[in-house]
Design a protein around this ligand. Structure first.
Ligand code: FCB
Length: 465
């Protein structure tokens, strides 16, 4: 079956500053939390492949943009690293400023539209030492970083986003405890989530102010990018399973969708959290701040669904509340990559939720992709990685997107993650996502994978088959 995507649907790829730039000690860049923690010999990082840093994008930006253009990409998202833009006193770092002007000008010359997000998991270390997202001081520092970014680059960028995946900060750092500071405390996680929501809203406020003051392009837009893993529970769920579903959806999805469309957080979720002893740092004046969180559109990063059930225990041994346990859906065991279930229909289900419950909201798929280990073993005799699985993965997701659009979803485009292999947090270079290979053994040279030819065909015709 063939699917036609709209003519003005944009096709591109996503990456981020910390994952591509490297040069982490150059250009006056101040330390970020990743610099220190990624360079320590600690268990969380024992699985990684390759060393800390980017993928040499900084010195190859023109070549990279040309390569992307040659495979039909019209747009690329990256981020402005907080620790490269500002110095330790919060002043603009002139070398950082020069770097981003150069990046945006290079993309423009090649004919690639750059989308920019601010925070992408990359807090300056000195702010982390002041409490990170648990501190209001950091929320205010974020608003300052946003203001400087808008005022400095407002005339160069049309599509802005306050955060990439704010839900990952409370999850990875404070619930799962997989990333520095390796905390497992649901209550602290939600406090972090609350403060990040305030920071997002202050970021939007700074954007609107900068626009009114003439710093931004007339047709620019502000948005939020989050990952939305639609939650599902068992067939024939119990009341308790449905409650677990309500709270998982409430915290991970509705929280953010309400924030960006209504400028408020779902009261039923806040009430349940507080009734179970979760301590949210709410102040009376916050309602006015959150009210500014309404955006022009949204980015949805989609990798996998979430399968949950009622928790076996309501609290852990320290009395920390637990609202849901994972549930392995038997069929799902069949279709997993790097532990992430592949379920393209989840994107359609998300699209229908937005269509029905937030009908005005426009959005796009801001990340979707498949990370694979040891792709070097998949090379043919010419050294080209034979990644048919990636074609299959993307095709199936695009089919569900096309169906969602036919059924009324306001989905405006698709960005693949990560269009060029890059450094990925605790895993470093272990899981490769790109349509373009980065050869660590050969000076970070770029080479198209087999899938790139297929992608070009789709991106230039907008026909998925
Ligand atoms: C997403 C992140 C991105 C990358 C992919 C694999 O959660 O936004 O930086 O690490 O996962």
């Amino acid at each position: 079956m063939q699917y036609q995507l709209p003519k003005d649907f944009f096709f591109g790829g996503a990456m981020s500053g910390p994952q591509t730039e490297g040069r982490w000690q150059d250009d006056g860049r101040i330390p970020s939390i990743w610099d220190t923690w990624s360079n320590l010999d600690i268990t969380a990082f024992h699985n990684r492949v390759g060393s800390y840093g980017g993928n040499d994008f900084s010195s190859r930006m023109e070549e990279d943009f040309e390569l992307l253009k040659s495979i039909g990409m019209d747009s690329v998202r990256t981020s402005i690293q907080w620790s490269r833009l500002l110095d330790i006193d919060g002043n603009l770092n002139p070398e950082g400023e020069r770097y981003y002007h150069q990046l945006f000008a290079t993309a423009k010359k090649v004919g690639i539209e750059i989308f920019v997000n601010l925070y992408h998991f990359d807090m300056p270390e000195y702010l982390f030492n002041r409490g990170g997202w648990e501190s209001r001081e950091v929320v205010e520092a974020y608003a300052h970083y946003a203001r400087i970014a808008f005022e400095t680059f407002g005339k160069e960028i049309r599509y802005w986003f306050t955060f990439n995946e704010p839900i990952v900060e409370p999850e990875m750092r404070y619930t799962v405890g997989g990333w520095f500071p390796f905390v497992k405390n649901y209550s602290r996680a939600r406090a972090v989530q609350y403060n990040i929501s305030l920071a997002h809203a202050l970021g939007v406020r700074e954007y609107r102010r900068a626009k009114a003051a003439g710093f931004m392009l007339e047709d620019s837009r502000i948005g939020l990018i989050n990952c939305f893993a639609p939650p599902y529970t068992k067939d024939n769920p119990s009341e308790a399973d449905l409650e677990a579903l309500r709270m998982t959806d409430g915290v991970n999805i509705r929280w953010w969708l309400d924030l960006v469309t209504k400028g408020e957080l779902p009261q039923d979720v806040i009430d349940t959290l507080q009734s179970r002893g979760v301590d949210l740092p709410i102040r009376p004046e916050d309602k006015l701040i959150l009210a500014d969180g309404v955006v022009d559109w949204l980015g949805c990063n989609y990798y996998h669904p979430e399968r949950i059930q009622a928790p076996a225990k309501d609290t852990d041994e320290n009395g920390i509340p637990n609202f849901a346990d994972p549930y392995v859906w038997p069929e799902a065991e069949m279709n997993v990559s790097r532990g992430w279930e592949i379920y393209p229909q989840g994107l359609y289900d998300f699209a229908m939720k937005v269509r029905d419950e937030y009908p005005e909201l426009e959005w796009f798929v801001s990340e979707n992709g498949m990370g694979v280990e040891r792709e070097d073993l998949k090379k043919d005799e010419n050294g080209v990685i034979q990644d048919d699985y990636r074609v299959d993965f993307v095709r199936r997701h695009l089919e569900w997107i096309a169906r969602a659009i036919q059924d009324g979803a306001k989905c405006r485009g698709y960005h693949y993650w990560a269009i060029i292999d890059n450094w990925s947090w605790a895993n470093a270079f272990k899981n490769r996502y790109g349509f373009i290979e980065v050869d660590l053994e050969d000076n970070y040279n770029r080479r198209l994978k087999k899938s790139a030819k297929w992608l070009k065909q789709i991106a230039t015709t907008h026909i998925v088959d």
